[in-house]
Design a binder for this molecule. Structure first.
Ligand SMILES: Nc1nc2c(ncn2[C@@H]2O[C@H](COP(=O)(O)OP(=O)(O)OP(=O)(O)O)[C@@H](O)[C@H]2O)c(=O)[nH]1
Ligand SMILES: [Mg+2]
Length: 437
């Protein structure tokens, strides 16, 4: 072979090599394989923390390393935590509107099977007087006078209040004597059905926000009962029904109250209208209603304080807020919800009576049913107030507010009682709650 021929063969081989490398590169790229050197798990984590990891790569990294992801409990939590630091704020003197971030990190937790979630939320409540009743009835086929005496004792020491215990017991006696009903299962069913009758008051059910636009909901209640949390959950519930919701930070008592509502605003992507700390709650609510009308919001939910800085009576202040609502939009507030905390037991009934003497409200939200054995108080509230429970709070998550359905609730409350649940563990702090309240 001549020198020239050797040179041609070498050049040919070089060209072939280049073409082959090019083809391999194109094929790998089409197959979606990253051309960048693979990152180590540590690098992936570091990049994610710096926000430098593109979503697809993030997902791939998570899929590739389930153990590493599972070992980081902080990762799933951002579902509910607003991560972007910058908040868009529009200021129109003297009130402010906090607009939600463009892409909040909220993902609504998929709703569990409703009845199952309700049962789980009521587990502690079932551990109260219902469990005691259950133990009383366990293994009994007949009801005799002795058992009836014990039944009376359980009812009268329950958190449902004396009046309601009396009503239940009287109804039971009347029923027993009338039909000579002696069967334990039937008595159990009777107590359940009578409880449902107590809970099933007129004008109950979930809020129908289509009645007006903007539809104004005012929330009232003493401090700490769960007003702000309920507002956040209610906003999410109404949004799921297609409503555009605006929040009004009518609790001007402390800055933290406004911030707390803003967190819920970010979670639910609902703007928050707020005023100055210590300012007039009525003007905040007035402005929110006006703004809702101008900007096409369907619903305004207003927060209010549970206590005040000044000597102004809380009830007077709330009455003023109601009057101002009506000035801003005739007929508003369309619903006023009194929020009560189930862990307060019978004190919740006295709170409700105090509010009822001072002002009108159209429904009750009973919160924290998930955390107490005193949930039976719901019977006392409905029997004594004759104002329907509209929603119940069974946890702190955004989807832990449930429209109240007496039949569904009664069924969940009295379910499995004949299996005699074990003695409930009375939480220590609940006794403290009682003393405070
Ligand atoms: N377990 C449980 N906790 C709840 C529920 N509702 C509210 N909470 C908690 O109760 C506490 C008080 O709730 P808030 O919403 O701040 O109560 P508030 O009535 O607005 O209180 P003030 O602003 O002080 O008047 C918070 O820690 C809530 O997370 C519920 O249904 N279940
Ligand atoms: Mg609050």
């Amino acid at each position: 072979m001549t020198g020239g021929e050797i040179a041609v063969v070498v050049i040919g081989l070089l060209l072939l090599g280049l073409v082959t490398a090019g083809i391999v590169r194109v094929v790998r790229k089409r197959a979606g394989e990253s051309l960048a050197p693979a990152r180590t798990p540590a690098e992936i984590e570091e990049a994610a923390e710096q926000g430098a990891l593109p979503p697809a790569a993030d997902a791939a990294a998570e899929a590739a390393q389930p153990a590493a992801v599972a070992a980081k409990p902080a990762r799933p939590a951002p579902r509910l935590v607003a991560e972007e630091p910058a908040r868009a704020e529009t200021t129109i003197e003297p009130l402010k509107v906090t607009l939600p971030q463009e892409k909040p990190s909220l993902k609504l937790v998929p709703a569990e099977a409703p009845q199952k979630a309700l049962r789980a939320g009521l587990a502690k409540t079932r551990g109260g007087f219902i469990a005691k009743l259950g133990r009383l009835f366990a293994g009994k086929k007949k009801i005799d006078e002795e058992l009836l005496g014990k039944l009376e004792e359980v009812l009268f020491t329950a958190d449902i209040g004396v009046k309601t215990s009396q009503r239940l017991f009287d109804a039971l006696r009347a029923e027993l004597s009338r039909s000579e009903l002696k069967d334990a299962g039937a008595v159990w069913g009777f107590i359940r059905d009578e409880s449902i009758r107590i809970l099933d008051l007129p004008d109950g059910g979930a809020i129908d926000a289509s009645r007006a636009k903007p539809f104004v909901i005012l929330t009232i209640g003493v401090n700490g009962v769960g007003k702000t949390t309920t507002i956040g959950k209610l906003a999410a519930l109404l949004q799921r029904g297609g409503r555009k919701v605006l929040l009004a930070a009518g609790d001007t008592f402390r800055a933290a109250a406004v911030e707390q509502l803003e967190v819920w605003g970010q979670r639910t992507r609902a703007p928050v209208v707020k005023g100055k700390e210590g300012g007039d709650p009525s003007s905040v609510v007035f402005d929110a209603i006006k703004r809702a009308r101008e900007q096409g919001y369907d619903v305004v939910i207003a927060d209010t304080a549970g206590r005040l800085h000044t000597k102004v009576n809380l009830m007077e202040e709330l009455q003023k807020v109601r009057r101002v609502c009506d000035k801003a939009e005739a007929g508003a507030p369309h619903e006023t919800l009194l929020v009560l905390d189930a862990t307060n037991g019978q004190n919740a009934i006295s709170q409700a009576q105090t509010f009822k003497q001072a002002m009108d409200f159209t429904g009750i939200v009973l919160t924290k049913l998930d955390g107490t054995a005193k949930g039976g108080v719901i019977l006392g509230i409905c029997n004594e107030l004759k104002i329907p429970v509209r929603y119940i709070g069974v946890g702190e998550r955004v989807d832990d507010l449930r429209p109240f359905d007496p039949g569904e609730f009664g069924a969940a409350l009295y379910e499995k009682a004949e299996e005699a649940p074990p003695e409930p563990q009375e939480p220590q702090e609940e006794e403290e709650d009682d003393e405070e309240a």
